[in-house]
Design a protein around this ligand. Structure first.
Ligand code: NAD
Length: 495
């Protein structure tokens, strides 16, 4: 590792085990259970973490309910809550270097990505929703004859969040910020592979003056802590980001409890590349998209549809670019792509490559396991390119690694049909110099998000979410997201 660990990071990792945060207290599991989190760049243990179960989830939901009933959060004017959320964003910015190292170590992502994107974007989420909440009307008059009537918007109560391991801190910001700004209280169950930044965040919340019980974080496993949170009858809403398989379970549990549910699930994003593009620039951007976070990005471009006239030239160019990607530990300054998050995830990626080839895919760039000299024991995989029929498993299913599947197309209609054949509907992109065609195709692709001459486009104010197998419930990051966390109530007095 070329980057030296900050003293705060060393202390945080070694002051074992890391406690959970319930009702403003740093506590351990009643049964004393802990689990280890690992550095995917070395395979070594990073820290020991308290393992929450049903009892801790009960306590966290009770703390969130109590804090919601009290005057110190939901009862505050929006301005006062916004001041506290801005203080929390200040704390994140002040400790950004620590958070970035923790995130890089826990997920394996390059430090520059964590420091330049994940952490600052999470602090921006708190600022965006704090400001939006101040400018959101809580009371709307209704013009009706013979009646004094209006609607009020009020927070729901205790909201549950179950999050994945690929962008732990960014997704914490995207999810918790709108709920908190609306006046709800929250219980977060981070992914067992990557709990560290969420646990460090608890200290920052306390220092920022977020009242006790407003934010609760219970690390633990999916089948225990996750399942207990998903089915908890004390929640007023739940949001889940992760795989469609677990999303179904969370959806079922929320259905039983009759509470609103947001599901942000997997994807199989396509990039439709027409033959009027700048081949070099487009190849660079798609190579960057599929290697971002080692391909562990739900919305990234993993099916590349290329128009036949430029297919061969595009493939040669992008293959050359991908061959040059420098693999290494997240804390090495020269690293362009880190490891995948775990050995389990590496086996998933390798298994898909194997199955894809068995089903007849052509190997355009051979991927496979890698062992960079500085980090020989990390969970590394090389970028891979496959090509062939659209019904190949690697063209249909989410691999969640640095693997793209190439498809050749002739006409616009054929490209649209191929993209929409997927059961997923998260994000796609269109690449062309013809802007009329760009917008036409962007609108024809069935997904929550269509991007033009770019992939992975995020901004606060730009709604982001999925449809079909990629989820439902309103998404994140749009102005509407804040309203999702406010229930509407009508008040009427006949005159
Ligand atoms: P996962 O579904 O395995 O786990 C996600 C979370 O659910 C973890 O916290 C896990 O502990 C918990 N969990 C597991 N089993 C559970 C159960 N039975 N009950 C309740 N909770 C349970 O997903 P993952 O492997 O962590 O993440 C990868 C997936 O997440 C991919 O499919 C990816 O596309 C998706 N993802 C989607 C988005 C989006 O915005 N749409 C963003 C990031 C990741």
């Amino acid at each position: 590792m070329s980057t030296k660990l900050l003293p705060e990071v060393k202390t945080f990792l070694t002051a074992a085990p890391r406690p959970m945060y319930i009702g403003g207290q740093f506590v351990f599991a009643a049964d004393g259970q802990t689990f280890d989190t690992h550095d995917p760049g070395t395979g070594e243990t990073l820290a020991s973490v308290a393992a929450g179960g049903a009892a801790e989830i009960d306590a966290a939901v009770a703390a969130a309910q109590k804090a919601f009933r009290g005057p110190q959060w939901s009862g505050l004017p929006a301005n006062d809550r916004a001041v506290i959320l801005h203080r929390l964003a200040d704390q994140i910015q002040k400790h950004a270097a620590v958070l970035a190292q923790l995130e890089s170590l826990d997920v394996g992502k390059p430090l520059a990505q964590a420091a330049g994107f994940d952490i600052p974007e999470a602090s921006r989420a708190f600022r965006y929703f704090a400001d939006l909440s101040v400018h959101t009307r809580r009371r709307e008059p209704i013009a009706l004859a013979g009646m004094d009537a209006y609607t009020v918007r009020a927070p729901y109560g205790a909201c549950g969040f179950i999050l994945p391991w690929n962008f732990p801190f960014l997704l914490l910001g995207w999810n918790l910020a709108p709920a908190l700004a609306a006046g709800n209280t929250v219980v977060l169950k981070p992914a067992e592979d990557t709990p560290l930044s969420s646990l460090y965040f608890c200290q920052l919340a306390q220092e920022a003056g977020v009242p006790d019980g407003v934010i609760n974080v219970v690390p633990g496993f999916g089948r225990t802590a996750g399942a207990a949170l998903a089915k908890h009858s004390g929640l007023s809403r739940i949001a889940f980001t992760g795989s469609p398989e677990v999303g179904r379970l969370v959806g079922e549990a929320s259905g039983r409890n009759l509470i609103p549910c947001k599901l942000e699930l997997g994807g199989k994003g396509a990039a439709v590349v027409f033959d009027d593009v700048d081949i070099g620039k487009t190849a660079d951007q798609l190579a960057a998209a599929v290697t971002l976070n080692c391909g562990q990005v739900c919305c990234t471009a993993t099916r590349w549809l290329v128009q036949e006239r430029i297919y061969d030239r595009f493939v040669d160019t992008v293959r050359d670019r991908l061959k040059q990607i420098h693999l290494g530990h997240g804390l090495d300054a020269s690293t362009e792509m880190g490891p995948v998050v775990s050995e389990k995830q590496r086996q998933r990626v390798l298994g898909y490559l194997d199955q894809g080839v068995k089903q007849g895919a052509t190997v355009v760039l051979e991927g496979g396991a890698a062992a960079p000299p500085q980090s020989p024991r990390g969970y590394f995989v090389k970028p891979a390119l496959l090509a062939g029929a659209p019904d190949n498993v690697c063209a249909r299913e989410e691999i969640f690694g640095p693997v793209a599947y190439l498809l050749k197309f002739k006409t616009e209609n054929q490209a649209v049909e191929l993209v929409n054949h997927s059961r997923y509907g998260l994000a796609n992109s269109v690449w062309t110099a013809d802007l009329a065609r760009a917008n036409r195709v962007a609108e024809a692709l069935v997904a929550g998000n269509s991007w033009i001459n770019a992939h992975n486009v995020f901004a606060y104010g730009l709604p982001y979410g999925g449809t079909n197998l990629s989820g439902f419930g309103g998404g994140v990051n749009g102005p509407q997201t804040l309203l999702d966390y406010l229930r509407e109530q009508s008040v009427a007095r006949p005159m």
